[in-house]
Write a protein that binds this ligand. Structure first.
Ligand SMILES: NC(=O)c1ccc[n+]([C@@H]2O[C@H](COP(=O)([O-])OP(=O)(O)OC[C@H]3O[C@@H](n4cnc5c(N)ncnc54)[C@H](OP(=O)(O)O)[C@@H]3O)[C@@H](O)[C@H]2O)c1
Length: 239
């Protein structure tokens, strides 16, 4: 994969350090390829060690991928310390990693499954913010994008735990925006509806009628690169 910055594209005129959680499949994996293709430096994490190894082998330095479970605060803290030392603070922090519950009425969702969705989708995002944002605030720069969902602004049966977390992300992101210094931004982002493993979990084969993650990333990455301080606190949707 090329590291050459394509300056003819206005959204890649300046090389950014982009940190993405959940890069082993779906939207995260597709964003890695697109950011790298446009000449940006990507730092990513996920839990699947085999795919993290493949990403390191395929992308090479200065890109960097590590096995990190975002739900584990101490792991995130250690990773943040290393990454800030090796790469500096992220220009764009994309809190993308998430889980969805298996379709079920709320009262049928086992406690352990409910906890896992909360731990990754809310606490995982807070862990990244806790350990990366202080250095970003000190540098007075950087954009934080927390992946929300249509189900962060509306609801449906059988996805109550997931809805609860994405509604939380909307509030958390907007409150965070009020805390940041000027020159920075935090936004909740609805990425749209995309055919990924997560969507297949909720929609089954009907997920196949939605765009692939690769197609989505061609549109989403320039959109993400255009987010700036003027957007802080605004709920955004990839368009
Ligand atoms: N697809 C859609 O239509 C859609 C719609 C609305 C919102 N979204 C949101 O968009 C984001 C990406 O969704 P997706 O469809 O790409 O999901 P996906 O295909 O299920 O991928 C989720 C990614 O998150 C990672 N992940 C999960 N738990 C993690 C943990 N504890 N620590 C680190 N990484 C973890 C997974 O990797 P490992 O298993 O290797 O850890 C995987 O790389 C999510 O926030 C989702 O809620 C998606």
């Amino acid at each position: 994969m090329s590291n050459i910055l394509k300056t003819s594209d206005p959204t890649s005129a300046q090389q950014r350090r982009v940190l993405i959680t959940g890069v082993t499949r779906g939207l995260g994996r597709a964003m890695v390829d697109e950011f790298v293709r446009l000449g940006h430096v990507v730092i990513g994490c996920g839990r699947s060690a085999r795919i993290i190894d493949q990403l390191n082998a395929g992308c090479g330095a200065p890109h960097r991928f590590d096995v990190v479970d975002v739900a584990r605060d101490a792991e995130v803290q250690a990773w943040a310390t290393e990454v800030i030392k090796s790469h500096g603070t992220p220009d764009l922090l994309l809190n993308n990693a998430a889980l969805i519950n298996r379709n079920a009425a709320l009262w049928r969702v086992p406690a352990g499954e409910f906890d896992a969705v909360i731990d990754v989708n809310i606490k995982g995002v807070a862990n990244l913010i806790r350990h990366f944002v202080p250095a970003m605030v000190k540098a007075q720069r950087g954009i934080i994008v927390n992946f929300s969902s249509g189900w962060g602004r509306a609801t449906d049966a059988e996805v109550a735990p997931y809805c609860a977390t994405k509604w939380a992300i909307e509030g958390l992101s907007r409150a965070l925006a009020q805390e940041l210094p000027g020159g920075m931004a935090a936004v909740p982002l609805n990425p749209g509806i995309i055919d990924t493993e997560m969507l297949r979990g909720a929609f089954g084969d009907a997920a196949g009628s939605y765009p692939t993650a690769q197609k989505w990333a061609k549109q989403a990455v320039p959109f993400l690169l255009r987010i700036g301080p003027k957007d802080s606190g605004r709920p955004l949707t990839v368009s």
